[in-house]
Design a protein around this ligand. Structure first.
Ligand code: TXA
Ligand code: MG
Length: 336
């Protein structure tokens, strides 16, 4: 039987919340990407999340809350040194609700399955009315990784979830397209200085504007702390080749290939090389990194289910959400 997809009326969200509260799995929209939600307090639901995604148990989940009042149930800010506590509170004040996930000391009652046995827990207060209503109506804490099979592209539409996870999820709440389009920025405040473990929907510039002195984890780190750092992640089915900016002009695709470029100017720079590609797609005609991020997974899903045999992309400018776009392109690419 195909998975049921529902809309976002009060009655429908109440039903989705009941499924969550009774240990079921519900995929739901957030401002970043669709999440595969399960009750954070229910170890059976957590185990089902890992099983549905075929996700290794060493990759911990993000616990989503709908109100600051729920934070204390999940995380123990008192276990942070005063400077770290201040940094955490400043970040929450400035950026929650929003595409920021904070790594915080965990409360003992948070199941080890949610945190893969780590003493810390990832917490996020999303800025999406459907996500917030659903969390509020269920148990107040919903563990949710992106609703894709492990290692595959994150979903930005309900149809992506249905195509990828099918009946491994009990219900999908269709809230339309996710406006931000890339996952949250993950910041660890439990160390000596706040550290960005994964660039995402909140730009590094905005983070640094609020609290200077951020470290950014090197994605070539041999012992990644956030498995979002794994080199092959967010990958499409088709081989994706990533070149430096401007590199597609000298690309020599072997089969029927699609090119993904940043803006109208980068398409123009392809010149006669455009003829070597079956299609050329543009992330943002006007060169807006926010729009490019919003379109990224959408375009990749689309190309991946089309009739091209290869994908070629070039790096986009690093400014703003460009850093998150480049991170996802890098992780999706073949490292040869
Ligand atoms: O935007 C998002 O963050 C989406 C939506 C659904 O909220 N969720 C998401 O979840 O991207 P997921 O599971 O795909 O990515 C969570 C990331 C992973 O890279 C994981 O390793 C990291 O957060 N993470 C979770 N708990 C952690 C912890 N205690 N310490 C370090 N990293 C952690
Ligand atoms: Mg993910």
């Amino acid at each position: 039987m195909p998975v049921e997809i529902i809309a976002t009326s009060d009655a429908e969200l109440r039903r989705a919340a009941e499924i969550l509260a009774s240990g079921g799995l519900v995929a739901f929209p957030t401002e970043t990407v669709y999440g595969l939600g399960g009750d954070a307090w229910n170890t059976r639901a957590l185990a089902r999340i890992f099983e549905a995604k075929r996700r290794p148990a060493f990759d911990p989940l993000i616990v989503h809350i709908a109100a600051l009042a729920a934070l204390d149930d999940v995380a123990d800010l008192g276990a942070l040194v005063p400077e770290a506590r201040k940094a955490a509170c400043d970040l929450m004040e400035e950026f929650w609700p929003g595409p920021l996930t904070l790594i915080l000391p965990k409360r003992p009652r948070v199941p080890d399955l949610a945190t893969s046995g780590l003493p810390t827990v990832a917490v996020r207060l999303p800025n999406h009315p459907v996500a917030r209503a659903l969390i509020e109506l269920s148990t107040g804490a919903v563990a949710a990784p992106s609703a894709n099979p492990f290692g595959y592209l994150s979903p930005t539409r309900a149809e992506h979830v249905a195509a990828q996870l099918g009946d491994r999820v009990d219900l999908i709440v269709d809230g339309g397209r996710c406006p931000v389009g890339v996952e949250s920025t993950v910041v660890d405040v439990t160390g000596p200085a706040p550290r960005v473990l994964r660039p995402g929907g909140l730009s590094l510039e905005r983070l640094r504007g609020a609290a200077p002195g951020f470290e950014v984890l090197d994605r070539t780190d041999p012992a990644p702390k956030a498995p979002g750092q794994l080199a092959n992640h967010y990958a499409p089915r088709l081989a994706l080749r990533l070149t430096p900016a401007g590199g597609l002009a000298s690309a020599r695709p072997e089969g029927r290939a699609a090119a993904l470029v940043f803006d109208a100017a980068s398409r123009d720079r392809l010149g006669s090389a455009a003829g070597r590609f079956a299609e050329v797609r543009v992330l943002s005609e006007a060169g807006d990194p926010v729009e490019a991020a919003a379109n990224l997974f959408d375009l990749l899903h689309d190309l991946d289910s089309g009739d091209c045999e290869e994908l070629w992309a070039e790096r986009v400018p690093e400014a703003g959400l460009g850093a998150a776009v480049n991170d996802r392109l890098y992780k999706a690419s073949k490292k040869t």
